[in-house]
Design a protein around this ligand. Structure first.
Ligand code: FAD
Length: 566
């Protein structure tokens, strides 16, 4: 009778009715144990983070196959590309976030969410240590441990100040929803402060000097939003101080938007010049105090400028928990976790990393390329025909998407161009190419290969890819579908991750935007802004946020932005 699995009710009934029900209880217990033998325990999957990578993985994962636990200090997903619009009230903060529990509503019975922060990953014990983000539990401290069979690290990145003195204390950042809300309040504060009596003109100029450090897409978008907010709304309600307002972008490189096509960078710079946004290129900020930004240029030395508000958007850094984990597993001197092309963290069993906190390492590219060549050179002649080289290149591009990206950006996807670029014109028409010479050419590519960028697009595609692998895990163990193994025989279980670049936008204010689309197609101007509106409306994660965003845009068109400081 004391068999595990027999319910209290059955025991009571058994006691009341004698032996008859004991038999029933025994058979129920047998059934239960038979069932537990039939259905093997589900593997535990723990997902850290509810950003682009984490939610994309969760949305596509067949959660009924696993016991899934999600841990994040934010119980919502934020549509980061619209964060710059939140800084000036073009779009409201609540319009770009979706509760994570709502997103996983249909998978509710298979997924558990904890609003907590992971502060340690213990790979040896296969567990993560977490701390509640909503106060303590009944023990008095909010710490707890969650064990896993598979861990998906999708922790994103944090801001990177490059150790510049004063940045943490005096600058605003634009990484989270709260950051955008803080910026919005402070912009209004600056206008109200400059409107107070007994403020000198010089002081007004300082208070209304908005400085953006970093000329990447985030800095540029924010500058454009701020400029629109000033000219379309604020100058109407603060006419007395209109002339004191100034926006400056400080960029260490030669151009802003230097990861975009040169035509886009030139278009943006010319537009900003027309709009009166000052762009200081070739300057590196070396210190920020409460009222001065000190920057340095090679030609002009150190310059200090007074400012009222500074926004730092000069780069992304590593979260402490990821840094600690990297030290544990010997991945020191890196900014992000190194994974293989199947997104598994090197030398870690069952740990995958996706999104901004990870990058596919190039460590083994040349070793692997040598093996691919050996396999292609079937007659051991030391030469390959162009057709064979094309096949080899295709194989390399499948394994290493960043090689393909680089070759595309250098217009080198044609093998002949690659050969010409690397070993000179004379081999251009060669039908047979010496393997060693061609390897040297690829070495050149390898040394310059850029890693896959840290964008929402990459994070979402990695999440989707990993979910597909998890969904096919059992099937692929029996019938591997991936490429041939480099060492040993047989195939990998899955095809390696391959990033597909779908293009990128940058809004430039005044209802104009620039876009770099697949096939090296560049588009700029008013029509691109309408394309931007339709793409970003369609990319919203739910109909609710889509409706909210579109209605915010409409509200702004009709009534302008709200300048209340709440
Ligand atoms: P994130 O989206 O940052 O998610 C990280 C998750 O981890 C969050 O849920 C966070 O709460 C959670 N987390 C953090 N610490 C812990 C912890 N200790 N324990 C548990 N969970 C934790 N990309 C584009 O492609 N196009 C754009 O137009 C674009 N615009 C952008 C504009 C701005 C202002 C910003 C900031 C970024 C923009 N990006 C854009 C980049 C894009 O947002 C990132 O590349 C993307 O968010 C990366 O996704 P992720 O899942 O790796 O990280």
């Amino acid at each position: 009778i004391s068999h595990p699995g027999v319910s209290t009710a059955a025991l009571l009934l058994a006691a009341a009715s004698g032996g008859g029900l004991v038999a029933y209880a025994d058979s129920a217990a047998e059934n239960a144990s038979e069932q537990s033998q039939e259905a093997p325990k589900k593997k535990k999957v723990v997902v850290l983070g509810t950003g682009w990578a984490g939610t994309s993985f969760l949305k596509d994962l067949d959660c009924s196959k696993y016991e899934v636990k999600v841990i994040s200090p934010r119980n919502y997903f934020a549509f980061t590309p619209l964060l710059p619009s939140v800084t000036c009230g073009t779009v409201e903060a609540r319009s770009i976030v979706e509760p994570i529990r709502k997103m996983l509503e249909k998978k509710r019975k298979d997924v558990t969410f904890y609003e907590a922060e992971c502060f340690k990953i213990d790979a040896s014990k296969k567990a993560v240590h977490c701390r509640s983000a909503v106060g303590t539990n009944f023990d008095g401290n909010g710490d707890f441990m969650v064990d896993y069979d598979y861990l998906v690290v999708a922790l994103g990145a944090t801001v990177n100040t490059f150790g510049t003195p004063g940045v943490m204390e005096h600058c605003y950042f634009l990484k989270e929803v709260e950051d955008a809300q803080k910026i919005r309040r402070n912009v209004i504060d600056c206008f109200e402060k400059a409107s107070l009596p007994n403020i000198s003109e010089e002081e007004k100029r300082r208070i209304l000097h908005f400085v953006i450090i970093g000329g990447g897409p985030t800095g540029v978008e924010f500058a454009a939003e701020l400029h629109d907010f000033l000219v379309e709304d604020l100058v109407k309600i603060y006419p007395a101080i209109e002339d004191f307002v100034k926006i400056t972008i400080i960029q260490s490189g030669e151009h802003i938007l230097n990861m975009f096509d040169q035509r886009i960078a030139t278009f943006a710079e010319t537009k900003f010049q027309r709009d009166g946004i000052e762009v200081n290129t070739g300057y590196r900020v070396i210190k920020v105090s409460d009222d001065l930004i000190t920057m340095k240029s090679k030609s002009l030395g150190e310059v200090s400028v007074p400012y009222g508000m500074a926004v730092w958007s000069a780069g992304i850094g590593t979260r402490p928990v990821v840094m600690d984990f990297m030290h544990q597993i010997g991945q020191t001197n890196r900014r992000v976790l190194a994974t293989n092309e199947w997104l598994r963290v090197h030398e870690c069993d069952g740990i995958y990393a996706i999104g901004d906190c990870a990058s596919i390492t190039q460590r083994k590219i040349m070793e692997d390329i040598s093996t691919i060549f050996k396999m292609a050179d079937k007659d051991n002649s030391g030469t390959l025909t162009l057709k064979e080289i094309n096949d080899v290149l295709e194989d390399i591009c499948i394994r290493y998407p960043q090689v393909e990206l680089y070759m595309k950006s250098m217009h080198m996807l044609d093998t002949r161009d690659l050969i010409k670029d690397a070993i000179g014109d004379s081999h251009k028409e060669a039908m047979v190419v010496d393997i060693e010479e061609f390897k040297k050419a690829l070495c050149k590519v390898d040394s310059q290969v850029k890693s896959v960028p840290a964008t929402a697009q990459v994070a979402a595609q990695q999440g989707h890819y990993l979910a597909e692998c998890f969904n096919k895990m059992d099937q692929c163990k029996e019938e591997p579908e991936g490429p041939l193994r480099m060492s040993g025989s047989g195939r990998h279980n899955f095809r390696p991750f391959r990033y597909k670049h779908l293009g990128q936008f940058v809004p430039l204010g005044g209802e104009q935007a620039a876009a770099e689309l697949p096939g090296d197609w560049v588009s700029m101007g008013h029509s691109t802004q309408w394309l931007w509106y339709s793409v970003y409306a369609s990319k919203q994660v739910s109909w609710r946020t889509r409706m909210l965003v579109v209605s915010d845009w409409t509200r702004r068109f009709i009534f302008g932005r709200d300048s209340s400081r709440i």
